[in-house]
Design a protein around this ligand. Structure first.
Ligand code: ADP
Ligand code: MG
Length: 403
């Protein structure tokens, strides 16, 4: 992993930061219900960084996007909507500042005392943010003494507040960003081998780049979910009316060939859970060998024998990276394979034999449903940024923090 600057480097670089202005990029894009956040996980994630800087006496200016205002002011997308939620999590009053640059920001900094926290308005109200306009970044940067990025979830975007600011100010990873980067490095950067990857979810087409990156890096590629059907079909299995991208059979074969050459074993299910209709506990439910799926049946989960065999594979591995559920886990009993394999991975992690890193919107929900979200080494809630990292891409917001 290329080295990046963290808050531990602040003292050496800048000395005492008392009274200095920290511009801190955070993720406050909270899901809202009736004017209040329905989930404050993202605020909790950045709490440590904000309080650490505040305790050091810096004036902390929070910079975030909220919704998709596309370069225009919208009162419903002001970050003031989440001010109360941020105050509750931090247990501190903060000052809302309805701009990101200019005289209003300058005056507000004058009013803030050392250690106080200000919340700037939605940085995406200005078109320069998403265009990564250097003039826009500079106009924000003049107010700060240093820049801290604690929003890994926005690091796949080269925007003014995620990348541009780092060109004008000394830039540091916040504590949440630091933890995320360390966990991701332990999973795919410099992992202990053997490494297993579990890739599931609905479609191959959304995860082609993930699969192509992983086959060159891991020793075991476990494919589940709807995308396994496409791979099974490519191997000549009749998958009935399962979700399947028949136009991608060549691609699936090419991925399996690449894996072969790279010494990566691809694991596909050999027994599956099928039904004639997609509903909770349907009367047509049965478990069968993949070669016995009837024309009017669909595969909705990996079968119990395959799950057991996959658990044995994980027992031989030191590292696991997981994206995508093994079955249609939102509907019972098609959560069984995901829950069982997640529990095995969690137990191995707790025993100390496995480093487990997982991410993806539905994957996080599935691990929470299995009750093991806190038993994995690291669960990323970053969504798009996590997937781009799994695709092996350089994230501009991370590259900007390199030493
Ligand atoms: P993530 O958000 O973690 O990246 P995806 O969005 O790729 O995951 O995939 C999750 C979806 O895949 C879930 O909605 C799940 O129901 C669906 N899925 C998994 N297995 C199957 C299957 N066999 N048939 C249809 N849908 C499936
Ligand atoms: Mg999803």
């Amino acid at each position: 992993m290329s080295k990046f600057r963290t808050l531990d480097d602040l003292g050496d670089d800048l000395g005492d930061v008392t009274g200095k202005v920290a511009l801190v990029r955070v993720d406050l894009n909270l899901p809202m219900q009736e004017g209040r956040a329905s989930d404050v996980t993202r605020v909790e994630a950045v709490k440590e960084t904000i309080l650490e800087l505040s305790d050091k006496g810096a004036k902390v200016l929070l910079l975030a996007h909220f919704g998709r205002p596309k370069g225009q002011r919208h009162s419903t997308m002001s970050t003031s909507m989440v001010q109360g939620d941020v105050e509750r999590v931090l247990d501190k009053e903060i000052m809302f500042i309805p701009e990101v640059s200019g005289p209003v920001v300058e005056q507000s900094i004058g009013i803030l005392r050392d250690g106080d926290i200000g919340l700037l308005d939605n940085v995406r109200f200005w078109p320069g943010e998403e265009a990564n306009d250097p003039e826009f970044a500079k106009a924000i940067a003049v107010h700060g003494d240093f820049f801290v990025n604690d929003a890994f979830s926005a690091a796949h975007r080269a925007h003014a507040s995620t990348e541009g600011l780092a060109h004008f100010l000394p830039a540091y990873a916040g504590r949440a960003m630091e933890a995320e980067l360390k966990a991701l490095d332990a999973a795919l950067g410099a992992p202990q081998t053997p490494v297993a990857a579990v890739v599931g979810g609905a479609k191959v087409s959304t995860k082609l780049d993930v699969l192509e990156n992983l086959v060159g890096k891991v020793q075991h590629l476990i494919i589940g979910g709807g995308m396994a059907n496409t791979f099974l079909a490519a191997r000549g299995v009749d998958v009935g009316k399962s979700l399947c991208e028949h136009d991608l059979t060549d691609t699936a074969n090419r991925i399996m060939d690449t894996a072969d050459h790279a010494g990566c074993t691809v694991h596909l299910p050999y027994d599956v859970v099928v039904a004639k209709e997609f509903a909770a506990n349907p009367s047509s439910l049965r478990v069968c060998n993949v070669h016995e799926v009837a024309a009017d049946e669909m595969i909705l989960d990996v079968g119990p024998l395959a799950v057991e065999a996959l658990g044995d594979v994980l027992k031989t591995c030191r590292t696991l990276v997981w994206n995508g559920p093994m079955g249609a886990f939102e509907t019972e009993p098609f959560d069984a394979a995901t829950v069982a394999l997640a529990k095995t991975a969690a137990a191995l992690t707790q025993d100390g034999s496995l480093t487990s890193v997982a991410g993806g919107g539905d994957t996080v929900a599935a691990l929470a449903h299995a009750g093991v979200k806190d038993e994995f080494t690291f669960v990323s809630t970053a969504g798009g940024a996590f997937l781009e990292w799994m695709e092996g891409k350089d994230l501009p917001g991370v590259a900007a923090l390199n030493k």
